[in-house]
Design a protein around this ligand. Structure first.
Ligand code: NAP
Length: 246
């Protein structure tokens, strides 16, 4: 087998197209702002079009480039439509941040409704698979690309009363490490970011000032997408500096 030519890997971020799922709020919004500040054209996706339009306006007002595309990760048709639209408009995608996710926390697994299980897995695990299926071929053709999956420390540890969520993130880690092996020979780098508790509205109502801030995750994304071409970062674990205040 011949070694694929990855010498075209370097491309200024100002020429790159980045997709962020779950961009409308929380971690996804911070990551989108950061990628736009680095110069990328950011494709903002989630189900709530209004949040995406607002964010796109804010990014443009700050001098960045952003487009809003409503997308439901549970729908293969929705993802195919996005892929076709971006292929026609830009002809390529350089960065895919699989960030969107939902939780189902606060009850033991045996009390979980099967519909809620399906919804969670469709969003947290099947969604990233469908996005990779749709967008990896463009990256392979270009012999470059970054795929970043926002997993969780819950993908490394047991999570009492959050078994399905933990299972989805353990699964996402396995998917990430395996796809990284499938794509590295094509110059496509696949990474996971595993945050602890982040100060977003994700299942939390209490004071989140002690937690990781969404911008901290955006900084980890920046580190990964600006990595020199000769290597890639498999995973970044991010923890709050302080332990939870009681
Ligand atoms: N916050 C934490 O403590 C924490 C810790 C570790 C890992 N994480 C992970 O970080 C990621 C982002 O979390 P966050 O805290 O920023 O959550 P968030 O504020 O609740 O945002 C989640 C985003 O995902 C989108 N989304 C949900 N279901 C979707 C679907 N079916 N199709 C498309 N988009 C969908 C939501 O938009 P719509 O509802 O409008 O679709 C929203 O934009 C998740 O994967 C989460 O598991 C979070």
């Amino acid at each position: 087998m011949t070694t694929p030519d990855c010498s075209q890997n370097f491309l200024p971020l100002a020429s790159q197209i980045a997709i962020v799922t779950g961009a409308g709020r929380g971690i996804g919004a911070a990551v989108s702002h950061r990628l736009a500040a680095l110069g990328a054209t950011v494709v903002l996706t989630s189900r709530t079009a209004g949040q995406l339009e607002e964010l796109a306006e804010a990014i443009r007002a700050a001098g960045g480039k952003a487009e809003a595309h409503a997308l439901d990760l549970r729908s293969e048709e929705s993802i195919t439509a996005l892929m076709q639209a971006l292929k026609e408009r830009h002809g390529r995608v350089d960065i895919l941040v699989n960030n969107a996710g939902i939780g189902s926390l606060g009850h033991p697994l045996h009390e979980m409704d099967p519909g809620a299980w399906n919804d969670l897995m469709a969003t947290n695990l099947r969604g990233p698979y469908l996005m990779i299926r749709a967008f990896a071929p463009m990256m392979i053709a270009a012999r470059r690309g970054h795929i970043l999956n926002i997993a969780s420390l819950a993908g490394h540890n047991p999570l009492k009363n959050g078994a399905a969520y933990a299972a989805s993130k353990w699964g996402l880690n396995g998917l990430t490490y395996s796809v990284a092996e499938e794509l590295r020979d094509y110059g496509v780098r696949v990474s996971a970011i595993a945050p602890g508790s982040v100060n977003t509205s994700f299942g939390h109502t209490e004071d989140g000032s002690w937690k990781i801030q969404p911008e901290d995750i955006a900084a980890a994304v920046e580190l990964i997408v600006t990595q020199a071409d000769s290597s890639f970062i498999s995973e970044i674990k991010v923890r709050p500096l302080q332990k939870k205040k009681s």
